[in-house]
Design a protein around this ligand. Structure first.
Ligand code: HEM
Length: 486
């Protein structure tokens, strides 16, 4: 998903005003001619409908405008699907994008990831998260790095994380409830997931260090899809500076661990442990520490925020979830932290997590580039075209999910058709943090519903502008009441 900030666009427009004007004239004439040619081609079954607009510009401004609106960037996709049908193509920043709306299409792309399709190279992204990041490395390194990173994210290894996270969450919920004031769930969750991840990854507890790292990670994340020019004041410039600071911090931590000044039971220590198998080098560790934080924080925090919103709107589901949570609590001694066994027994809660992820579509679509000419479901795709697996369209497909816009966790009593439920993607690039995200959401839902009731203090459903991850503009402010006070 692509954006440039208004400042980037204005800078470009003012710099190249005359060239732009002349180009638009020439291009418009060409486009008129091309659209005539393409409308003839539309008759062909293999041709994907859609409006490519004028060369380079295409429908870029329409996407930017949707991203800047409170309806969110998926409105761009929704409208085009209304105009052109389920399959459509468009042109954004000079590249042709096809939105792939079906289970069969998703299967074709996921099962041929790296072979026929790959993530496109985005310079700003590689500069921001680093060339050794899982998001940027080529297939062979990807396989090796992913294998070496995976163990701490397996269900077995996460039991310690569950207890540390549970403890952190209980303290924070108690504090905001005792204050008795309205607080924003999104901000609460952003801080919570960030602190919990830094604890799990690097055992960082120092408050001012956490604040600095969070600020820098946000700047890096903002730079990932920015215009890659080192001009002071731009998102790219700020992101690259922030990355340098982060790398220095991570390097110092690694040095302290290597020379024995510090030792912790965490992800970083497990990456540095010496044994016979080959390990990741320091650059690989540092780039991927940054990648994990960026990939994990906002996604999980937004999903948790949506669960609060959906449960507020569906009291029967909230009630059922609370009953399940309270029955688990009754079987435990007072104040004892949750275990992995407890989480495994939360059968309704795990359906609430699934339904939240289906409805909220934290990652709206998954972009890939075709590495050669190919066809998906009979539609011709040219080498170099971007194919976006449209997870949102699949999750809202009424032939796959009855009443798809209805929040109904019980729909997951039944098995799902392969590739019809893909909030974490699939194939070699399946989300590395899938287990961590699930246990985080389960603990959060359990503590919130079995300890408290809440009122949502702003019912506005508008989305945050310029966000790639759909989030409520209000951040979902709530006020908590402890159940025992009722
Ligand atoms: C609700 C929370 C989350 C959602 C919905 C989510 C979703 C996804 C999806 C859909 C992908 C694949 C994108 C693609 O195929 O292009 C992905 C990749 C990834 N996710 Fe997550 N994610 C979540 C949480 C996390 C967490 C907590 C972490 C880490 C601690 C994480 C780390 C990653 C990484 C490293 C990748 C890249 C994997 C690779 O390319 O091999 N994610 N995530």
């Amino acid at each position: 998903m692509l954006t440039l900030s208004m400042e980037d666009i204005l800078l470009l427009v003012s710099k190249y005003y005359d060239i732009l004007l002349a180009s638009i004239l020439v291009i418009s004439i060409t486009a008129l001619y091309l659209s005539k040619v393409s409308s003839k081609a539309k008759d062909s079954k293999s041709c994907i409908p859609g409006n490519l607009g004028i060369p380079f510009v295409g429908e870029t401004f329409a996407l930017l405008s949707a991203t800047n609106s409170v309806k969110g960037c998926y409105d761009f996709v929704r409208l085009r699907r209304e105009w052109h049908g389920k399959w459509f193509k468009t042109r954004i920043f000079g590249k042709i994008h096809v939105f792939v709306p079906s289970v069969e299409g998703a299967k074709t792309i996921f099962t041929n990831d790296f072979a026929l399709f790959n993530k496109g190279y985005v310079k700003s992204m590689a500069d921001a998260v680093g060339k050794k990041s899982l998001l940027c490395v080529p297939q062979e390194s990807h396989k090796r790095i992913r294998r070496l990173l995976s163990d701490p994210f397996s269900m077995n290894s996460l039991s310690k994380f569950v207890q540390r996270f549970d403890n952190m969450l209980c303290e924070r919920l108690k504090k905001v409830q005792e204050e008795g004031k309205s607080f924003t769930v999104l901000d609460f969750n952003m801080k919570l997931t960030f602190d919990a991840m830094c604890d799990m990854l690097m055992s960082i507890k120092d408050v001012s260090l956490l604040e600095q790292i969070e600020k820098d990670c946000t700047a890096v994340s903002d730079a990932m899809l920015s215009f890659p020019v080192m001009i002071p004041g731009t998102r790219y410039f700020k992101g690259i500076k922030a990355r340098r600071r982060l790398m220095e911090t991570f390097k110092a931590m690694i040095t302290n661990r290597r020379n024995g000044k510090e030792c912790h039971e965490d992800f970083l220590q497990s990456m540095l442990q010496k044994d016979s198998s080959p390990k990741l080098d320091d650059e690989e560790i540092m780039d991927n520490l940054l990648t994990l934080i960026i990939a994990g924080q906002t996604t999980t925090a937004a999903a948790m925020m949506w669960s609060v919103k959906f449960l507020d709107e569906h009291r029967e589901a909230q009630h059922r979830l609370r009953e399940e949570g309270l029955s688990i609590l009754r079987s435990k001694r007072n104040g004892v932290l949750l275990t992995m066994d407890d989480l495994n027994s939360m059968s309704y809660a795990s359906k609430v997590v699934k339904e939240t992820l289906r409805m909220s579509n934290v990652l709206l679509w998954f972009p890939r580039v075709a590495l050669s000419d190919c066809s998906i479901e009979g539609f011709e795709i040219k080498k170099g075209w971007h194919v976006n697996i449209d997870a949102t369209c699949i999750h809202y497909d009424p032939t796959l999910y009855k009443d798809p816009m209805q929040f109904n966790p019980s729909r997951f009593d039944e098995m799902q058709k392969p590739y019809s439920y893909i909030p974490f993607g699939s194939g070699p690039r399946t989300c590395l943090g899938i287990n961590m995200a699930k246990v985080t959401m389960l603990v959060f839902l359990h503590r919130l519903t079995s300890g408290y009731k809440w009122t949502v203090d702003d019912l506005d459903r508008s989305l945050e502008r310029k966000a790639h991850i759909p989030r409520l503009r209000s951040g979902c402010p709530i006020t908590l009441t402890a159940l025992q006070d009722e």
